[in-house]
Design a protein around this ligand. Structure first.
Ligand SMILES: Nc1ncnc2c1ncn2[C@@H]1O[C@H](COP(=O)(O)OP(=O)(O)O)[C@@H](O)[C@H]1O
Ligand SMILES: [Mg+2]
Length: 461
């Protein structure tokens, strides 16, 4: 299996993650043709059943009054998948405008960065669609730990038809046959210069190469080559622009080693969502389901999700299920409380017993705020973080100092944290990657009653 998880031009990307899998048939569960006899499955009215078929049809034998509501809810909040449908995409107007201007007016390469769950992939998906509507050829690559330049470049070239090559064009045999740039690359390993020469031949379109999860690429050589490629493409005014997304506290971690590149790149940190944007996530979900969130419930979600669309989506989805289970179509703030509690319990189950006990002790000592700040630092960098990355939510200097001191102490005692070097200097890391998310949820639960953020109606102007 290639290290590239997905490499598809945008137009070939179906809407759902399930539909994206190649050879979907391989994954379909097929019951044996003849049922196993003796002690096998017997019809039992009380036994739980799936209520919708895999083709999304409700099963009339089992569907209760709320089955349809549940089935609509599945598309309303999708915390485990990026949003691909513009109708479900909330807010982000300013960010989208800035990105489009940078690509279209300034012809810059673009880097977006921010915490996991802040909404980078969703943004890329919606932006890719908009670019395609403007007739850009969009190539979407999800980077992996073993991404290397040669393989990545060939995969990109395989999605650029020769009809856009200056020496071929749409009316040549190759152009009509649908041959791609990859067919011209030869067997020598690609270098930055051979790659940019190949791309320099493109005409009649603009290509937008999207590299998502760039931070996952482990190879220093890969990152350096991509950075040099950006520089070379800019210098030659090639009709190819690159849009990179990753979890990184700052740009230097993303495009290392090519200082002169900064001029050719527009970098943007994806901000946390405003209360109005979170509200519109909830509202978009309401619009495609039969559910209604009352005002108090919306306030509770806004207060708990801390500006993270991932948490807003997760908590909204869970809260809606709690309401449905109680036979209601109106979601209330107590459902949000129960939903957060459930999420906390679920994430607790994903971390080791040792970490659970250590966290329990620290929370009992009143250290939840400190742990929240450390979790925030880990989320903002995606792993290793330095003392500089630790900033308390409200920027209180005493709280920051306390958190920094705690990081040193925990790492020295090998409690939750370890200390090491990520290549950019000394830093800390949570030994278990799920721990920061869990701490985050604990902090969200803690926030509920103390900080009800002022809610703004509607989108900001
Ligand atoms: N603009 C948005 N509107 C609605 N939901 C969003 C939006 N952005 C993100 N989400 C939700 O948050 C979750 C995490 O978003 P994702 O784009 O995967 O973040 P990232 O790539 O930064 O980790 C998604 O599954 C989606 O449910
Ligand atoms: Mg992502």
């Amino acid at each position: 299996m290639s290290w590239i998880d997905k490499l598809l031009p945008w137009r070939n990307r179906p809407a759902t993650a399930a539909a994206q899998r190649p050879n979907e048939d391989k994954y379909v569960y097929r019951p044996a043709a003849t049922p196993v006899s003796g002690g096998g499955v017997t019809e039992c009215a009380a036994f739980p059943r799936f209520q919708t078929t895999a083709g999304d049809q409700l099963d009339p034998r089992t569907a209760d009054r709320f089955a349809l509501v549940r089935s609509k809810l599945r598309g309303a909040y999708t915390p485990a998948q990026p949003v691909t449908d513009r109708k479900m995409f909330a807010g982000r107007t300013k960010v989208m405008t800035a990105l489009i201007r940078s690509i279209e007016d300034q012809r810059l390469h673009t880097v977006i960065y921010g915490e996991r769950g802040i909404g980078k992939t969703s943004l890329l998906q919606v932006l890719a669609k908009a670019a395609q509507e403007a007739r850009y050829l969009v190539v979407y690559v999800t980077c992996g730990a073993r991404s290397e330049f040669d393989e990545t470049f060939r995969a990109i070239a395989a999605h650029i038809p020769l009809m856009y090559h200056s020496a071929y064009g749409p009316t040549t045999i190759e152009g009509e046959r649908g041959d791609t740039l990859a067919s011209l690359l030869g067997s020598e390993p690609m270098t930055v210069s051979s790659a940019s020469d190949a791309l320099a031949k493109i005409e009649g379109t603009r290509v937008l190469v999207i590299l998502d999860e760039y931070d996952r690429a482990g190879s220093e050589d890969f990152r350096r080559s991509i950075a040099e490629l950006l520089k070379s493409l800019s210098d030659q005014a090639v009709r190819v622009q690159v849009l990179i997304a990753g979890v990184a506290a700052n740009l230097t971690e993303l495009v290392a080693n090519v200082p002169s590149i900064q001029r050719n790149v527009f970098a943007m940190r994806i901000p946390k969502m405003t209360a109005a944007e979170i509200r519109s996530i909830v509202k978009n979900g309401e619009n495609v389901s039969d559910l209604h969130f009352d005002e108090a419930a919306i306030h509770a979600i806004i207060a708990r999700c801390m500006g993270f669309p991932y948490l807003a989506s997760l908590i909204s989805h869970r809260a809606a299920l709690v309401a449905i289970d109680e036979g209601r179509l109106t979601v209330q703030s107590r459902d949000v409380a129960v939903a957060t509690e459930e999420a906390v319990n679920e994430f607790r189950g994903r971390i080791s017993r040792r970490s659970q006990l250590q966290i329990g002790t620290l929370v009992d000592e009143g250290k939840l705020g400190v742990l929240g700040a450390l979790a925030g630092a880990a989320q903002s960098t995606g792993g290793w973080f330095t003392v500089e990355d630790i900033t308390a939510v409200h920027g209180d200097p005493a709280a920051i100092a306390e958190a920094r001191e705690a990081a040193e102490r925990l790492a020295a005692d090998q409690v939750l944290l370890e200390v090491g070097d990520d290549g950019f200097g000394r830093g800390f890391r949570f030994m278990e990657p799920t721990v920061p998310v869990y701490l985050w949820l604990l902090a969200a639960r803690g926030q509920f009653f103390d900080h009800e953020q002022p809610d703004l109606q509607g989108e900001p102007a």
